[in-house]
Design a protein around this ligand. Structure first.
Ligand SMILES: Cc1cc2nc3c(=O)[nH]c(=O)nc-3n(C[C@H](O)[C@H](O)[C@H](O)COP(=O)(O)OP(=O)(O)OC[C@H]3O[C@@H](n4cnc5c(N)ncnc54)[C@H](O)[C@@H]3O)c2cc1C
Length: 560
Protein backbone atom coordinates (compact mmCIF):
# COMPACT_ATOMS: atom_id res chain seq x y z
CA UNK A 1 0.00 0.00 0.00
CA UNK A 2 2.62 2.50 1.16
CA UNK A 3 5.03 1.31 -1.56
CA UNK A 4 2.30 1.83 -4.16
CA UNK A 5 1.88 5.38 -2.98
CA UNK A 6 5.63 5.97 -3.35
CA UNK A 7 5.51 4.38 -6.80
CA UNK A 8 2.79 6.80 -7.86
CA UNK A 9 4.66 9.79 -6.41
CA UNK A 10 7.78 8.94 -8.42
CA UNK A 11 5.68 8.22 -11.50
CA UNK A 12 6.52 4.54 -11.69
CA UNK A 13 10.26 4.93 -11.11
CA UNK A 14 10.19 2.67 -8.05
CA UNK A 15 11.70 -0.61 -9.18
CA UNK A 16 12.18 -4.02 -7.60
CA UNK A 17 15.90 -4.74 -7.63
CA UNK A 18 17.34 -8.09 -8.56
CA UNK A 19 20.92 -8.99 -9.36
CA UNK A 20 21.25 -9.86 -13.08
CA UNK A 21 23.29 -12.83 -11.82
CA UNK A 22 20.13 -14.38 -10.38
CA UNK A 23 19.76 -16.12 -13.76
CA UNK A 24 23.02 -17.95 -13.04
CA UNK A 25 21.68 -19.46 -9.87
CA UNK A 26 18.82 -20.95 -11.86
CA UNK A 27 20.77 -22.07 -14.91
CA UNK A 28 24.55 -21.56 -14.73
CA UNK A 29 25.21 -22.89 -18.23
CA UNK A 30 22.29 -21.17 -19.89
CA UNK A 31 22.67 -18.45 -22.51
CA UNK A 32 21.35 -15.59 -20.34
CA UNK A 33 23.86 -16.39 -17.57
CA UNK A 34 26.76 -16.60 -20.05
CA UNK A 35 25.69 -13.23 -21.45
CA UNK A 36 25.78 -11.60 -18.00
CA UNK A 37 29.17 -13.14 -17.25
CA UNK A 38 30.60 -11.59 -20.41
CA UNK A 39 29.38 -8.19 -19.30
CA UNK A 40 30.56 -8.01 -15.71
CA UNK A 41 33.97 -6.85 -17.00
CA UNK A 42 32.35 -3.77 -18.48
CA UNK A 43 32.11 -0.83 -16.04
CA UNK A 44 29.34 0.80 -18.12
CA UNK A 45 27.25 -2.34 -17.83
CA UNK A 46 27.87 -2.56 -14.08
CA UNK A 47 26.92 1.10 -13.71
CA UNK A 48 23.65 0.53 -15.56
CA UNK A 49 22.57 -2.21 -13.12
CA UNK A 50 20.94 -1.02 -9.90
CA UNK A 51 21.64 -4.49 -8.47
CA UNK A 52 25.42 -4.48 -9.07
CA UNK A 53 28.44 -2.43 -7.96
CA UNK A 54 31.83 -1.71 -9.53
CA UNK A 55 33.63 -3.69 -6.81
CA UNK A 56 32.11 -7.07 -5.98
CA UNK A 57 33.30 -7.16 -2.38
CA UNK A 58 36.22 -7.32 0.06
CA UNK A 59 37.38 -10.35 1.98
CA UNK A 60 35.87 -10.47 5.49
CA UNK A 61 34.48 -6.96 4.96
CA UNK A 62 31.48 -6.79 2.62
CA UNK A 63 29.91 -8.43 -0.39
CA UNK A 64 27.83 -6.73 -3.06
CA UNK A 65 24.12 -7.11 -2.32
CA UNK A 66 21.16 -5.64 -4.16
CA UNK A 67 18.68 -3.40 -2.35
CA UNK A 68 15.06 -4.58 -2.23
CA UNK A 69 13.67 -1.54 -4.01
CA UNK A 70 15.21 1.38 -5.85
CA UNK A 71 13.93 4.76 -6.84
CA UNK A 72 15.51 5.27 -10.25
CA UNK A 73 15.42 9.02 -9.77
CA UNK A 74 15.23 11.42 -12.68
CA UNK A 75 14.30 14.56 -10.74
CA UNK A 76 15.00 16.24 -7.41
CA UNK A 77 11.34 15.56 -6.53
CA UNK A 78 11.94 11.81 -6.89
CA UNK A 79 14.81 12.08 -4.42
CA UNK A 80 12.72 14.15 -2.01
CA UNK A 81 9.95 11.53 -2.14
CA UNK A 82 12.37 8.67 -1.49
CA UNK A 83 14.07 10.45 1.43
CA UNK A 84 10.73 11.27 3.05
CA UNK A 85 9.54 7.70 2.54
CA UNK A 86 12.68 6.18 4.06
CA UNK A 87 12.44 8.50 7.06
CA UNK A 88 8.73 7.87 7.61
CA UNK A 89 9.18 4.10 7.43
CA UNK A 90 12.51 3.94 9.23
CA UNK A 91 14.24 2.23 6.28
CA UNK A 92 17.89 1.58 5.68
CA UNK A 93 18.67 4.00 2.86
CA UNK A 94 21.47 3.69 0.29
CA UNK A 95 22.55 6.20 -2.35
CA UNK A 96 24.34 5.14 -5.50
CA UNK A 97 25.80 7.19 -8.35
CA UNK A 98 28.73 5.63 -10.22
CA UNK A 99 28.83 2.67 -7.81
CA UNK A 100 32.63 2.80 -7.36
CA UNK A 101 32.85 2.65 -3.59
CA UNK A 102 35.58 0.17 -2.67
CA UNK A 103 33.99 -0.16 0.75
CA UNK A 104 30.47 -1.10 -0.29
CA UNK A 105 29.11 2.29 0.76
CA UNK A 106 26.51 2.20 -2.02
CA UNK A 107 25.35 -1.35 -1.36
CA UNK A 108 23.22 -2.89 1.37
CA UNK A 109 20.79 -5.80 1.44
CA UNK A 110 17.29 -5.04 2.78
CA UNK A 111 17.55 -1.38 1.86
CA UNK A 112 15.86 1.23 -0.30
CA UNK A 113 18.24 2.54 -2.94
CA UNK A 114 18.19 6.05 -4.37
CA UNK A 115 19.81 5.50 -7.73
CA UNK A 116 20.89 8.69 -9.50
CA UNK A 117 22.29 7.14 -12.69
CA UNK A 118 19.72 8.83 -14.96
CA UNK A 119 20.30 12.31 -13.48
CA UNK A 120 23.19 13.09 -15.78
CA UNK A 121 22.31 16.39 -17.40
CA UNK A 122 25.33 18.67 -17.98
CA UNK A 123 25.19 22.45 -18.58
CA UNK A 124 28.13 24.81 -19.07
CA UNK A 125 28.21 28.41 -17.82
CA UNK A 126 30.41 31.25 -18.97
CA UNK A 127 29.99 33.39 -15.86
CA UNK A 128 28.60 31.50 -12.89
CA UNK A 129 27.86 33.12 -9.54
CA UNK A 130 26.49 30.94 -6.73
CA UNK A 131 23.01 31.76 -5.51
CA UNK A 132 23.12 34.41 -2.78
CA UNK A 133 26.75 35.20 -3.57
CA UNK A 134 25.95 38.03 -6.00
CA UNK A 135 28.41 40.85 -5.43
CA UNK A 136 30.62 38.59 -3.32
CA UNK A 137 31.91 36.22 -5.98
CA UNK A 138 33.54 36.99 -9.28
CA UNK A 139 31.58 35.37 -12.12
CA UNK A 140 33.56 32.46 -13.54
CA UNK A 141 33.25 29.64 -16.10
CA UNK A 142 31.66 26.55 -14.57
CA UNK A 143 29.74 23.37 -15.28
CA UNK A 144 26.60 22.05 -13.57
CA UNK A 145 26.18 18.29 -13.58
CA UNK A 146 23.42 15.99 -12.41
CA UNK A 147 24.58 13.80 -9.54
CA UNK A 148 24.40 10.65 -11.66
CA UNK A 149 26.87 11.87 -14.28
CA UNK A 150 30.20 10.06 -14.51
CA UNK A 151 33.50 11.78 -15.27
CA UNK A 152 33.71 10.55 -18.87
CA UNK A 153 30.45 12.39 -19.58
CA UNK A 154 31.79 15.48 -17.81
CA UNK A 155 35.08 15.42 -19.75
CA UNK A 156 33.25 14.93 -23.01
CA UNK A 157 31.09 18.01 -22.39
CA UNK A 158 33.74 20.23 -20.80
CA UNK A 159 36.98 19.26 -22.56
CA UNK A 160 36.19 17.56 -25.87
CA UNK A 161 33.26 19.79 -26.78
CA UNK A 162 34.09 23.06 -25.00
CA UNK A 163 37.91 23.05 -24.71
CA UNK A 164 37.96 23.61 -20.93
CA UNK A 165 39.21 21.64 -17.92
CA UNK A 166 37.20 20.38 -14.95
CA UNK A 167 38.88 18.65 -12.04
CA UNK A 168 37.49 15.14 -11.78
CA UNK A 169 38.69 11.60 -11.33
CA UNK A 170 41.43 9.65 -13.08
CA UNK A 171 39.10 6.67 -13.53
CA UNK A 172 36.60 7.89 -16.09
CA UNK A 173 33.60 5.83 -14.92
CA UNK A 174 33.61 7.13 -11.33
CA UNK A 175 30.52 9.17 -10.41
CA UNK A 176 30.84 12.94 -10.01
CA UNK A 177 28.89 13.17 -6.72
CA UNK A 178 30.77 10.34 -5.02
CA UNK A 179 34.16 11.70 -6.06
CA UNK A 180 33.56 15.34 -5.10
CA UNK A 181 32.31 14.28 -1.68
CA UNK A 182 35.44 12.13 -1.25
CA UNK A 183 37.72 15.09 -1.98
CA UNK A 184 38.58 13.72 -5.37
CA UNK A 185 41.85 13.49 -7.26
CA UNK A 186 42.56 13.27 -10.96
CA UNK A 187 45.85 12.70 -12.72
CA UNK A 188 46.49 16.45 -12.90
CA UNK A 189 45.54 17.40 -9.33
CA UNK A 190 49.05 18.72 -8.63
CA UNK A 191 48.11 21.53 -10.98
CA UNK A 192 44.35 21.85 -10.48
CA UNK A 193 43.87 20.71 -6.88
CA UNK A 194 41.05 18.51 -5.65
CA UNK A 195 37.58 18.17 -7.17
CA UNK A 196 35.99 19.20 -3.85
CA UNK A 197 37.99 22.43 -3.86
CA UNK A 198 36.49 23.28 -7.27
CA UNK A 199 32.90 22.97 -6.03
CA UNK A 200 30.96 26.23 -6.29
CA UNK A 201 27.47 25.04 -5.43
CA UNK A 202 25.39 21.93 -4.87
CA UNK A 203 21.76 21.05 -4.49
CA UNK A 204 21.25 18.49 -1.77
CA UNK A 205 18.19 16.80 -0.29
CA UNK A 206 18.71 16.65 3.46
CA UNK A 207 17.18 14.23 5.96
CA UNK A 208 14.21 16.57 6.56
CA UNK A 209 13.22 15.98 2.93
CA UNK A 210 14.09 19.51 1.78
CA UNK A 211 16.08 20.27 -1.36
CA UNK A 212 18.65 22.79 -0.18
CA UNK A 213 21.17 24.92 -1.97
CA UNK A 214 24.64 24.78 -0.48
CA UNK A 215 27.42 27.17 -1.41
CA UNK A 216 29.81 29.62 0.24
CA UNK A 217 26.92 32.01 0.98
CA UNK A 218 23.92 29.71 1.61
CA UNK A 219 24.26 26.82 4.09
CA UNK A 220 28.06 27.29 4.12
CA UNK A 221 28.57 24.61 6.81
CA UNK A 222 26.77 21.98 4.72
CA UNK A 223 28.71 23.15 1.66
CA UNK A 224 31.99 22.68 3.51
CA UNK A 225 30.86 19.23 4.72
CA UNK A 226 30.10 17.87 1.28
CA UNK A 227 33.49 19.07 0.06
CA UNK A 228 35.40 15.96 1.11
CA UNK A 229 33.29 14.95 4.11
CA UNK A 230 32.48 11.61 2.46
CA UNK A 231 29.54 10.55 0.27
CA UNK A 232 26.22 9.31 1.57
CA UNK A 233 26.42 10.88 5.03
CA UNK A 234 24.88 14.35 4.87
CA UNK A 235 22.09 14.02 2.32
CA UNK A 236 21.52 13.18 -1.33
CA UNK A 237 23.28 15.53 -3.70
CA UNK A 238 21.17 16.07 -6.81
CA UNK A 239 23.41 18.42 -8.77
CA UNK A 240 26.82 20.02 -8.51
CA UNK A 241 28.48 23.04 -10.07
CA UNK A 242 32.26 23.00 -10.42
CA UNK A 243 34.53 25.72 -11.73
CA UNK A 244 36.22 25.03 -15.05
CA UNK A 245 39.73 26.12 -15.99
CA UNK A 246 41.98 26.59 -18.97
CA UNK A 247 43.38 23.57 -20.72
CA UNK A 248 47.13 23.29 -21.31
CA UNK A 249 48.24 22.51 -24.85
CA UNK A 250 49.23 18.93 -24.08
CA UNK A 251 48.68 16.11 -21.67
CA UNK A 252 51.01 13.15 -21.85
CA UNK A 253 52.57 10.21 -20.14
CA UNK A 254 55.88 8.42 -19.52
CA UNK A 255 55.80 4.66 -19.06
CA UNK A 256 58.57 2.15 -18.48
CA UNK A 257 59.86 -0.68 -16.27
CA UNK A 258 63.32 -1.19 -14.82
CA UNK A 259 64.44 -4.34 -13.05
CA UNK A 260 67.39 -4.45 -10.68
CA UNK A 261 69.57 -7.59 -10.75
CA UNK A 262 70.02 -7.77 -6.97
CA UNK A 263 68.48 -6.47 -3.77
CA UNK A 264 71.41 -4.11 -3.30
CA UNK A 265 70.95 -2.69 -6.79
CA UNK A 266 67.22 -2.28 -6.16
CA UNK A 267 67.89 -0.33 -2.97
CA UNK A 268 70.21 1.93 -5.00
CA UNK A 269 67.61 2.32 -7.74
CA UNK A 270 64.96 3.18 -5.16
CA UNK A 271 67.15 5.88 -3.62
CA UNK A 272 68.01 7.26 -7.03
CA UNK A 273 64.40 7.54 -8.22
CA UNK A 274 63.37 9.20 -4.95
CA UNK A 275 66.01 11.89 -5.44
CA UNK A 276 65.16 12.17 -9.15
CA UNK A 277 61.48 12.61 -8.28
CA UNK A 278 62.35 15.32 -5.79
CA UNK A 279 64.57 17.23 -8.21
CA UNK A 280 62.64 16.86 -11.47
CA UNK A 281 59.09 15.65 -11.03
CA UNK A 282 57.96 17.21 -7.76
CA UNK A 283 56.04 20.04 -9.40
CA UNK A 284 52.71 20.92 -10.96
CA UNK A 285 53.46 19.19 -14.26
CA UNK A 286 53.65 15.63 -13.01
CA UNK A 287 51.17 13.18 -11.52
CA UNK A 288 50.26 9.49 -11.21
CA UNK A 289 52.52 6.69 -10.18
CA UNK A 290 55.80 4.98 -9.56
CA UNK A 291 55.50 1.44 -8.18
CA UNK A 292 58.15 -0.49 -6.23
CA UNK A 293 57.69 -4.23 -6.65
CA UNK A 294 58.94 -7.31 -4.74
CA UNK A 295 60.58 -8.66 -7.90
CA UNK A 296 62.98 -5.69 -7.65
CA UNK A 297 61.17 -3.78 -10.38
CA UNK A 298 60.23 -0.16 -10.62
CA UNK A 299 57.28 0.61 -12.83
CA UNK A 300 57.00 4.18 -14.05
CA UNK A 301 53.52 5.23 -15.02
CA UNK A 302 53.60 9.01 -14.86
CA UNK A 303 51.42 11.58 -16.60
CA UNK A 304 52.13 15.22 -17.23
CA UNK A 305 50.40 18.40 -18.27
CA UNK A 306 51.78 21.60 -19.71
CA UNK A 307 54.84 19.96 -21.32
CA UNK A 308 55.25 18.40 -24.73
CA UNK A 309 56.83 15.04 -25.50
CA UNK A 310 60.33 16.45 -26.11
CA UNK A 311 60.30 18.42 -22.88
CA UNK A 312 59.05 15.45 -20.87
CA UNK A 313 61.62 13.20 -22.50
CA UNK A 314 64.39 15.65 -21.56
CA UNK A 315 63.24 15.63 -17.94
CA UNK A 316 63.69 11.85 -17.75
CA UNK A 317 66.93 11.70 -19.72
CA UNK A 318 69.44 12.06 -16.81
CA UNK A 319 67.69 9.36 -14.82
CA UNK A 320 67.51 6.96 -17.76
CA UNK A 321 71.18 7.67 -18.57
CA UNK A 322 72.10 6.78 -15.01
CA UNK A 323 70.21 3.48 -15.31
CA UNK A 324 71.69 2.67 -18.71
CA UNK A 325 75.23 3.19 -17.43
CA UNK A 326 75.00 0.17 -15.12
CA UNK A 327 73.87 -2.82 -17.20
CA UNK A 328 75.45 -5.09 -14.59
CA UNK A 329 72.87 -3.80 -12.09
CA UNK A 330 69.80 -2.90 -14.11
CA UNK A 331 67.76 -4.31 -16.97
CA UNK A 332 65.39 -2.03 -18.82
CA UNK A 333 62.44 -4.35 -19.19
CA UNK A 334 60.20 -1.80 -20.86
CA UNK A 335 61.94 1.12 -22.51
CA UNK A 336 60.65 4.47 -21.34
CA UNK A 337 57.94 5.55 -23.76
CA UNK A 338 56.92 9.18 -23.66
CA UNK A 339 53.84 10.37 -25.49
CA UNK A 340 51.84 13.55 -25.68
CA UNK A 341 48.25 14.13 -26.73
CA UNK A 342 46.61 17.48 -27.55
CA UNK A 343 44.81 18.15 -24.27
CA UNK A 344 41.47 18.66 -25.94
CA UNK A 345 41.61 15.10 -27.30
CA UNK A 346 42.69 13.38 -24.08
CA UNK A 347 39.13 12.22 -23.30
CA UNK A 348 37.94 12.33 -26.92
CA UNK A 349 36.77 8.76 -27.53
CA UNK A 350 36.85 9.00 -31.34
CA UNK A 351 40.37 10.52 -31.36
CA UNK A 352 41.70 7.99 -28.86
CA UNK A 353 40.19 5.04 -30.73
CA UNK A 354 41.93 6.22 -33.87
CA UNK A 355 45.29 7.37 -32.49
CA UNK A 356 45.93 5.55 -29.21
CA UNK A 357 43.64 2.51 -29.18
CA UNK A 358 45.93 0.68 -26.74
CA UNK A 359 45.03 3.07 -23.92
CA UNK A 360 41.27 2.67 -23.96
CA UNK A 361 38.58 0.02 -23.92
CA UNK A 362 35.14 0.63 -25.40
CA UNK A 363 31.78 -0.36 -23.97
CA UNK A 364 31.17 -3.40 -26.19
CA UNK A 365 27.41 -3.58 -25.85
CA UNK A 366 25.30 -3.25 -28.94
CA UNK A 367 24.26 0.39 -29.46
CA UNK A 368 26.54 1.68 -26.68
CA UNK A 369 27.21 5.41 -27.06
CA UNK A 370 30.44 6.17 -28.95
CA UNK A 371 31.81 8.07 -25.94
CA UNK A 372 31.57 5.10 -23.54
CA UNK A 373 35.25 4.27 -23.11
CA UNK A 374 37.47 3.66 -20.10
CA UNK A 375 41.22 3.54 -19.52
CA UNK A 376 42.66 0.10 -20.21
CA UNK A 377 44.75 0.56 -17.04
CA UNK A 378 41.57 0.56 -14.94
CA UNK A 379 40.29 -2.65 -16.55
CA UNK A 380 41.69 -5.00 -13.91
CA UNK A 381 39.61 -3.25 -11.25
CA UNK A 382 36.26 -3.74 -12.95
CA UNK A 383 34.11 -5.86 -10.64
CA UNK A 384 37.10 -7.00 -8.67
CA UNK A 385 37.07 -8.58 -5.24
CA UNK A 386 39.44 -6.84 -2.85
CA UNK A 387 41.93 -8.73 -0.72
CA UNK A 388 43.46 -5.72 0.96
CA UNK A 389 43.73 -1.95 0.53
CA UNK A 390 45.89 0.33 2.63
CA UNK A 391 46.97 3.89 1.95
CA UNK A 392 48.94 6.66 3.64
CA UNK A 393 49.77 10.24 2.82
CA UNK A 394 53.53 10.68 2.87
CA UNK A 395 54.68 14.12 4.05
CA UNK A 396 56.87 16.15 1.70
CA UNK A 397 59.46 16.44 4.48
CA UNK A 398 60.49 12.88 3.56
CA UNK A 399 61.83 14.20 0.27
CA UNK A 400 64.35 16.46 1.99
CA UNK A 401 67.90 15.43 1.25
CA UNK A 402 68.62 14.22 4.77
CA UNK A 403 65.38 12.16 4.86
CA UNK A 404 65.58 10.54 1.45
CA UNK A 405 67.61 7.58 2.55
CA UNK A 406 65.10 6.84 5.34
CA UNK A 407 62.31 6.95 2.76
CA UNK A 408 64.23 4.71 0.36
CA UNK A 409 64.85 2.20 3.18
CA UNK A 410 61.14 2.14 4.00
CA UNK A 411 60.11 1.72 0.36
CA UNK A 412 62.62 -1.08 -0.02
CA UNK A 413 61.48 -2.86 3.16
CA UNK A 414 57.83 -2.42 2.26
CA UNK A 415 58.32 -3.73 -1.26
CA UNK A 416 59.74 -6.99 0.15
CA UNK A 417 56.14 -7.80 1.10
CA UNK A 418 54.02 -6.23 -1.63
CA UNK A 419 54.10 -3.69 -4.45
CA UNK A 420 53.95 -0.10 -3.18
CA UNK A 421 52.56 2.58 -5.51
CA UNK A 422 53.22 6.22 -4.88
CA UNK A 423 50.31 8.21 -6.34
CA UNK A 424 51.88 11.66 -6.57
CA UNK A 425 48.70 13.35 -7.82
CA UNK A 426 46.88 12.33 -4.62
CA UNK A 427 49.02 14.53 -2.36
CA UNK A 428 48.94 18.29 -2.84
CA UNK A 429 52.45 19.33 -1.76
CA UNK A 430 53.88 21.17 -4.75
CA UNK A 431 50.50 22.61 -5.83
CA UNK A 432 49.94 26.35 -6.22
CA UNK A 433 49.15 28.54 -3.19
CA UNK A 434 45.62 29.15 -4.54
CA UNK A 435 44.87 25.47 -4.98
CA UNK A 436 46.25 24.70 -1.54
CA UNK A 437 44.07 27.44 -0.02
CA UNK A 438 40.98 26.08 -1.79
CA UNK A 439 41.73 22.54 -0.58
CA UNK A 440 42.34 23.82 2.96
CA UNK A 441 38.74 25.04 2.91
CA UNK A 442 37.36 21.50 2.54
CA UNK A 443 36.63 18.78 5.09
CA UNK A 444 39.51 16.51 4.02
CA UNK A 445 42.27 15.70 6.45
CA UNK A 446 44.67 18.69 6.18
CA UNK A 447 47.49 16.13 5.93
CA UNK A 448 46.70 16.06 2.20
CA UNK A 449 48.14 19.57 1.86
CA UNK A 450 51.64 18.60 3.00
CA UNK A 451 51.75 15.18 1.37
CA UNK A 452 53.85 14.64 -1.75
CA UNK A 453 52.01 11.38 -2.49
CA UNK A 454 49.41 8.92 -1.34
CA UNK A 455 51.09 5.53 -0.98
CA UNK A 456 48.69 2.76 -1.95
CA UNK A 457 49.30 -0.93 -1.28
CA UNK A 458 46.41 -3.04 -2.49
CA UNK A 459 45.29 -6.04 -4.47
CA UNK A 460 42.20 -7.99 -5.45
CA UNK A 461 41.02 -10.95 -7.48
CA UNK A 462 38.43 -11.55 -10.18
CA UNK A 463 34.81 -10.50 -9.81
CA UNK A 464 33.05 -12.47 -7.07
CA UNK A 465 29.48 -11.23 -7.19
CA UNK A 466 27.11 -13.60 -5.43
CA UNK A 467 25.70 -15.91 -8.09
CA UNK A 468 28.75 -16.15 -10.36
CA UNK A 469 29.02 -19.88 -11.09
CA UNK A 470 32.26 -21.24 -9.60
CA UNK A 471 33.24 -17.66 -8.80
CA UNK A 472 33.65 -17.92 -5.04
CA UNK A 473 36.93 -16.23 -4.13
CA UNK A 474 39.76 -18.23 -2.61
CA UNK A 475 39.55 -16.79 0.88
CA UNK A 476 42.79 -18.39 2.06
CA UNK A 477 44.73 -16.68 -0.69
CA UNK A 478 42.84 -13.43 -0.17
CA UNK A 479 43.64 -13.39 3.56
CA UNK A 480 47.29 -14.22 2.92
CA UNK A 481 47.49 -11.27 0.53
CA UNK A 482 45.80 -9.04 3.11
CA UNK A 483 48.38 -10.10 5.68
CA UNK A 484 51.29 -9.26 3.38
CA UNK A 485 49.74 -5.91 2.47
CA UNK A 486 49.52 -5.09 6.17
CA UNK A 487 53.16 -6.08 6.62
CA UNK A 488 54.15 -3.88 3.70
CA UNK A 489 52.28 -0.90 5.14
CA UNK A 490 53.78 -1.46 8.60
CA UNK A 491 57.24 -1.08 7.07
CA UNK A 492 56.30 2.10 5.25
CA UNK A 493 54.67 3.65 8.29
CA UNK A 494 57.94 3.40 10.20
CA UNK A 495 58.98 6.70 8.58
CA UNK A 496 55.89 8.69 9.47
CA UNK A 497 53.45 8.99 12.36
CA UNK A 498 49.70 9.63 11.87
CA UNK A 499 49.99 10.12 8.12
CA UNK A 500 46.24 10.10 7.44
CA UNK A 501 44.65 8.50 4.42
CA UNK A 502 42.08 9.13 1.72
CA UNK A 503 38.52 8.15 2.70
CA UNK A 504 37.71 6.57 -0.65
CA UNK A 505 40.96 4.72 -1.22
CA UNK A 506 41.85 3.25 2.15
CA UNK A 507 41.32 0.40 4.57
CA UNK A 508 37.83 -0.95 5.32
CA UNK A 509 39.25 -2.06 8.67
CA UNK A 510 40.86 1.29 9.63
CA UNK A 511 39.97 1.69 13.30
CA UNK A 512 40.76 5.36 13.82
CA UNK A 513 39.04 6.38 10.60
CA UNK A 514 37.78 9.69 12.00
CA UNK A 515 41.35 10.81 12.63
CA UNK A 516 42.74 9.18 9.51
CA UNK A 517 40.28 10.56 6.93
CA UNK A 518 39.42 13.93 8.46
CA UNK A 519 42.07 14.69 11.11
CA UNK A 520 41.45 17.96 12.91
CA UNK A 521 38.36 18.59 10.75
CA UNK A 522 36.37 15.74 12.28
CA UNK A 523 34.69 17.66 15.14
CA UNK A 524 33.46 20.31 12.69
CA UNK A 525 32.21 17.63 10.28
CA UNK A 526 30.43 15.82 13.11
CA UNK A 527 28.70 19.11 14.02
CA UNK A 528 27.45 19.49 10.42
CA UNK A 529 26.13 15.92 10.55
CA UNK A 530 24.32 16.61 13.82
CA UNK A 531 22.80 19.76 12.42
CA UNK A 532 21.49 18.28 9.15
CA UNK A 533 20.90 14.62 10.05
CA UNK A 534 20.45 14.34 13.82
CA UNK A 535 18.57 11.02 13.61
CA UNK A 536 21.20 9.37 11.38
CA UNK A 537 19.05 8.61 8.33
CA UNK A 538 22.18 8.57 6.18
CA UNK A 539 24.61 5.84 7.17
CA UNK A 540 27.73 4.58 5.43
CA UNK A 541 30.54 2.45 6.79
CA UNK A 542 33.19 4.82 8.22
CA UNK A 543 30.97 7.81 7.41
CA UNK A 544 30.68 10.74 9.78
CA UNK A 545 28.34 9.79 12.63
CA UNK A 546 28.43 6.06 11.79
CA UNK A 547 30.07 5.30 15.15
CA UNK A 548 26.58 5.66 16.59
CA UNK A 549 25.33 2.68 14.56
CA UNK A 550 25.86 -1.06 14.27
CA UNK A 551 28.24 -2.15 11.49
CA UNK A 552 25.35 -2.84 9.09
CA UNK A 553 23.70 0.51 9.76
CA UNK A 554 20.42 -1.00 10.96
CA UNK A 555 20.63 -0.45 14.71
CA UNK A 556 21.39 2.67 16.66
CA UNK A 557 23.76 1.82 19.48
CA UNK A 558 22.50 2.62 22.94
CA UNK A 559 23.85 5.64 24.71
CA UNK A 560 25.41 7.18 21.59
C1 LIG B 1 38.28 1.64 -10.20
C2 LIG B 1 38.26 2.84 -9.29
C3 LIG B 1 39.03 3.92 -9.60
C4 LIG B 1 39.02 5.05 -8.78
N1 LIG B 1 39.78 6.12 -9.14
C5 LIG B 1 39.75 7.24 -8.39
C6 LIG B 1 40.47 8.40 -8.78
O1 LIG B 1 41.10 8.43 -9.84
N2 LIG B 1 40.46 9.47 -7.96
C7 LIG B 1 39.75 9.48 -6.79
O2 LIG B 1 39.76 10.49 -6.09
N3 LIG B 1 39.03 8.42 -6.42
C8 LIG B 1 39.02 7.30 -7.18
N4 LIG B 1 38.27 6.22 -6.80
C9 LIG B 1 37.47 6.30 -5.58
C10 LIG B 1 36.13 6.98 -5.93
O3 LIG B 1 36.33 8.34 -6.19
C11 LIG B 1 35.16 6.92 -4.77
O4 LIG B 1 34.92 5.58 -4.46
C12 LIG B 1 33.85 7.64 -5.09
O5 LIG B 1 33.16 7.82 -3.88
C13 LIG B 1 33.02 6.88 -6.07
O6 LIG B 1 31.87 7.59 -6.42
P1 LIG B 1 30.72 6.84 -7.24
O7 LIG B 1 29.57 7.75 -7.39
O8 LIG B 1 31.29 6.22 -8.44
O9 LIG B 1 30.41 5.64 -6.25
P2 LIG B 1 29.18 5.21 -5.37
O10 LIG B 1 29.59 3.88 -4.84
O11 LIG B 1 27.91 5.31 -6.10
O12 LIG B 1 29.17 6.27 -4.21
C14 LIG B 1 30.24 6.43 -3.32
C15 LIG B 1 29.73 7.05 -2.03
O13 LIG B 1 29.15 8.30 -2.32
C16 LIG B 1 27.77 8.26 -2.00
N5 LIG B 1 27.02 8.95 -3.05
C17 LIG B 1 26.98 8.67 -4.37
N6 LIG B 1 26.17 9.55 -4.99
C18 LIG B 1 25.70 10.37 -4.04
C19 LIG B 1 24.83 11.48 -4.06
N7 LIG B 1 24.26 11.88 -5.18
N8 LIG B 1 24.56 12.11 -2.90
C20 LIG B 1 25.11 11.70 -1.74
N9 LIG B 1 25.94 10.65 -1.66
C21 LIG B 1 26.23 10.00 -2.81
C22 LIG B 1 27.39 6.81 -1.88
O14 LIG B 1 26.32 6.64 -0.99
C23 LIG B 1 28.66 6.21 -1.36
O15 LIG B 1 28.75 6.40 0.01
C24 LIG B 1 38.25 5.07 -7.60
C25 LIG B 1 37.47 3.96 -7.28
C26 LIG B 1 37.46 2.85 -8.12
C27 LIG B 1 36.62 1.66 -7.77
Amino acid sequence: MAWNKLRRTVEGRLIKVESPLAVCQKEPNGGPCQEVLKRVKNPYYLGDQPGLTQTSGWVDAWISAPSVYAVAATTTEDVVAAVKFARAHNLRLVVKGGGHSYKGASSSADSLLIWTRAMNNIVLHEAFVAQGCEGKQTPQPAVTMGAGAIWMQAYNAVTTKAGRYVQGGGCSTVGVAGLVQSGGFGSFSKNYGTAAAALLEAEIVTADGKAQTANACVNPDLFWGIKGGGGGSLGVVTKLTLRTRELPEFFGGAFGTIKARSNAAFRRLTARIVSFYHEQLFNRHWGEQITFEPANKIRISMVFQGLDRQQADRVFRPFMDWVTKSPEDFVIEKRLKVIDIPARHFWDAAYMKKNHPQFIVADNRLNAPEGNVFWAGDGSQVGFFLHGYRSAWLPASLLKQDQQSKLADALFASSRHWGVSLHFNKGLAGASADDLAAARDTAMNPAVLDAFALAIIATGGPAAFPGIPGGAPDLTVARRHAHEINNAMDELLKVTTNPGSYVSESDFFERSWQESFWGSNYPRLAAVKKNYDPAGLFFVHQGVGSEKWSADGFTRLEGR
